[in-house]
Write a protein that binds this ligand. Structure first.
Ligand SMILES: NC(=O)c1ccc[n+]([C@@H]2O[C@H](COP(=O)([O-])OP(=O)(O)OC[C@H]3O[C@@H](n4cnc5c(N)ncnc54)[C@H](O)[C@@H]3O)[C@@H](O)[C@H]2O)c1
Length: 311
């Protein structure tokens, strides 16, 4: 049920905002739109080239939130309407990206363009028009750990000094340029740096979100069932595909690889807190979200850490 009574972290009633959500038709966007429609009074200008995953929110026009969500079929690569929508909004959330691991190797140019070049106008319009930006990056910007270079039998591999990544202290290790899978991380890191620089030089108010693997309904496709038969989806959809076909699950590194998964509804709760609580950096490792970021008119970077998912 929509409610006007949602309070911010200081206990004040939250004023309804207009949010320009780019990539609203994707996995995370569709869940965020659902949450915003069901539990807040915010208005969403939903921008994407596809709307299948949010069709249930757009139709029928008798939904109680129908006057609060508008779909704009726009490719942000080349559409002059984008700046107008950002100007109309109080906040822009950019989720648009090519972000399926299989694409990093096979479509590195599209990956770099999508994650860096196509995001540039969004950052520029937000900065020029004094609008807050929440930009979705990735945990891949943390790169590899020092521990991953140690011999397999080294006892140091068990020492957290070598495998725990520290936001401000760990060295950033990416693979060489021939290893195209790093194009995604590198493009995301460069756009993060640009956003940070816009904050430092032009006072852009921003939040950067670095999700680990967020999972749940609509996250991906099963090849040949609801997506292209030759495509390779994300890992859990690969497992589902194997199960449906009664095939053995394909494990990377014989099952030694580890991943951190977060259920989408939990993650969306955190995004909603970001929307109301102001600028921050977000990264999520195991059970902890760490946030740090820049508020407008603050010349010093502010760092705050919250445990949102422990216990
Ligand atoms: N899902 C995760 O676990 C995860 C992990 C790390 C980072 N991220 C980041 O979060 C963001 C959203 O991820 P997602 O899982 O929802 O991805 P998704 O692929 O489901 O959604 C992205 C949406 O952006 C749209 N889009 C892409 N290019 C566009 C363009 N030029 N113009 C208009 N729309 C365009 C796509 O059509 C798609 O609907 C991405 O930036 C991704 O890199 C997600």
């Amino acid at each position: 049920m929509a409610s006007a009574a949602r309070l911010d972290l200081d206990g004040y009633a939250i004023k309804p905002m207009t949010i320009c959500m780019i990539g609203a038709g994707g996995f995370i966007g569709s869940h965020l739109c659902e949450k915003l429609m069901a539990e807040t009074m915010h208005k969403v200008l939903a921008v994407d080239v596809y709307s299948d995953k949010i069709k249930h929110l757009l139709e029928p026009a008798t939904h109680p939130w129908s006057d609060r969500i508008q779909f704009h079929r726009i490719n942000i690569k080349h559409d002059s309407r984008l700046e107008g929508l950002i100007k109309m909004a109080d906040l822009t959330i950019n989720l648009a990206a090519i972000c399926t691991p299989a694409d990093y190797n096979t479509r590195p140019l599209d990956t770099i363009y999508s994650n860096f070049i196509d995001a540039l106008p969004v950052v520029k319009y937000c900065s020029e028009n004094n609008k807050r930006l929440i930009h979705f990056s990735t945990c891949e910007v943390y790169g590899k750990t020092i521990g991953s270079f140690l011999p397999k039998d080294s006892p140091l591999r068990e020492d957290p000094t070598y495998y725990v990544l520290k936001e401000d202290a760990s060295p950033c290790i990416f693979g060489s340029i021939e290893k195209q899978r790093w194009s995604y991380a590198c493009a995301k890191q460069l756009i993060e740096r640009l956003i940070y620089a816009e904050g430092a030089e032009n006072d852009l108010e921003f939040t950067i979100v670095r999700p680990f693997n967020w999972i749940g309904p609509r996250m991906d496709f099963i090849p040949g069932i609801d997506g292209p038969s030759e495509g390779v989806p994300r890992v859990l959809a690969c497992f589902s595909n194997n199960l449906l076909r009664h095939e053995p699950l394909k494990l990377v590194d014989g099952g030694q690889s580890q991943r951190t998964f977060v259920y989408i509804k939990d993650a969306i709760e955190a995004v909603l807190l970001m929307i109301v609580s102001g600028p921050s950096f977000l990264s999520l490792s195991d059970s902890t979200f760490s946030l740090l970021g820049r508020k407008k008119k603050k010349k010093k970077r502010v760092a705050e850490y919250y445990d949102l998912f422990s216990g």
